[in-house]
Design a protein around this ligand. Structure first.
Ligand code: ZN
Length: 225
């Protein structure tokens, strides 16, 4: 791990435990450019870590300090997500430039780092999130190419296995919104939050529409809680 310390942080408020882990992509042309931006006092953004596409980890902000990565956000009734989270950026140009798969070396470094953080703070699987999960109207990162299933098989986050052949128990579609809220999303824009949910849990079907697969995956997830 290399230190590349940023001036963009402040103290966490007293009495709030770290209980959330948020993954991002940088959305910039290069790792260098992203590091510079996260160290620019004018930009007022940062994260605790950035992992470049070769798997090199940079630490920008000490974990005990509050990094500025979440912005306007919401999860499970909480809005001050920077107060209680660790933020990890992954080098990737992102949807607006040239969104591409995350290289294996990068993901292996992420798995190692995330596991340590989860153990250190006992972060619940349900609070391991993408930026788009906590800011669905503003953000797409880390996006549908981020392999949540692989992470879950390494003990990072939840991943529901659903047998779509057995979908007689579809239930009431109107339950979808309340289930989505129960899981943690801000559903005030239901299309945006449905799309964020799909980017995370149904990466091959990111439509923003509440179809039967989306409904069943969420139902399964609620059963895991
Ligand atoms: Zn982000």
């Amino acid at each position: 791990m290399l230190k590349y310390l940023s001036p963009n942080f402040n103290d966490r408020p007293d009495g709030i435990a770290i209980d959330t882990l948020v993954f991002h992509y940088t959305g910039m042309m290069s790792a260098n450019e992203a590091l510079k931006r996260m160290c620019s006092p004018q930009a007022k953004v940062s994260a605790h870590y950035m992992i470049d596409e070769h798997g090199q980890i940079f630490q920008l902000v000490p974990e005990e300090k509050r990094a500025w990565h979440a912005g306007l956000a919401y999860w499970r009734g909480k809005i001050n997500i920077n107060d209680r989270s660790i933020g990890i950026e992954l080098e990737n140009p992102g949807h607006d430039i040239n969104y591409k798969p995350f290289p294996e070396k990068q993901i292996l470094s992420l798995i190692k780092l995330a596991k340590e953080i989860i153990q250190r703070y006992h972060i619940p699987a349900r609070n391991i999130l993408g930026h788009s999960d906590i800011a669905p109207t503003r953000k797409k990162d880390p996006g549908e190419l981020f392999n949540w299933s692989l992470l879950a098989s390494n003990g990072i986050g939840l991943w529901p296995e659903t047998d779509f052949m057995n979908n007689n128990d579809a239930g009431n579609l109107s339950d979808f919104e309340s289930n989505l809220r129960l899981y943690g999303y801000d559903t005030s824009n239901l299309v945006a939050s449905t799309l964020a949910f799909q980017r995370h849990f149904l990466p091959n079907a990111c439509s923003g529409r509440i179809d039967i697969q989306t409904f069943l995956i969420l139902k399964k997830l609620i059963e895991l809680l």
